[in-house]
Design a protein around this ligand. Structure first.
Ligand code: HPA
Length: 182
């Protein structure tokens, strides 16, 4: 979260956050990309809590449209152009570092989560506090616990991440030059 504040002070106006996530929704197959439409913060913490410095932005930050609709549309267009599978969905952030239990994934699914991870939300919170526009994209690296019939392995997450990384690079290669029109 702190580097986001530094970027904002340096004059950055758009944050593009990327992460790996476990797929909960049926569209969330390994290798696909989820453009964040919204999130659930179940990390039990918030980087905006504690002593406040007005240079970071407001104390009470509106999160009703945290993920910029125009940037989301651009990211979906980028994925289509690069012939990559993408969908929009809700990301749930947990603290980790253990992966979830099948019962937790079932509960999170009922709460509206499409993908699960252990990151991204803190930097989005500080970015929104600083008034940055935000785009976040998750590479789905595995089916979440209980949805996958096999145990979760960090090795598998890293493997899918590596091959999907090339696709993400082409998606960003389409997207970045077009940010100047945003
Ligand atoms: N759960 C939490 N974080 C993750 C996962 C997962 O299944 N995959 C990649 N990051």
């Amino acid at each position: 979260a702190f580097p986001t504040r530094v970027l904002a002070r340096l004059g950055v106006r758009i944050l593009i956050a990327t992460c790996a996530a476990g797929g909960i929704a049926s569209a969330a197959a390994p290798g696909t990309f989820m453009v964040f439409r919204d999130h659930l913060n179940y990390q039990g913490s918030n980087p905006l809590a504690g002593p406040h410095d007005a240079r970071w932005g407001e104390r009470f930050v509106d999160m009703s449209e945290a993920y910029d609709p125009q940037l989301r549309a651009l990211a979906r267009r980028a994925a289509r152009t690069c012939r990559l599978k993408s969908f929009e969905g809700v990301y749930v952030a947990l603290l980790g570092p253990s992966y979830e239990t099948p019962a937790e994934i079932l509960a999170l699914k009922k709460l509206g989560a499409d993908a699960v991870g252990m990151s991204t939300v803190p930097e989005v919170l500080t970015a929104r506090q600083a008034g940055l526009r935000v785009l976040a994209i998750a590479t789905i690296s595995n089916r979440a616990a209980g949805i996958s019939k096999t145990p979760l392995s960090h090795k598998e997450v890293l493997q899918v991440g590596r091959s999907a990384g090339r696709n993400l690079a082409s998606l960003l290669g389409y997207l970045l030059p077009r940010l100047k029109d945003q």
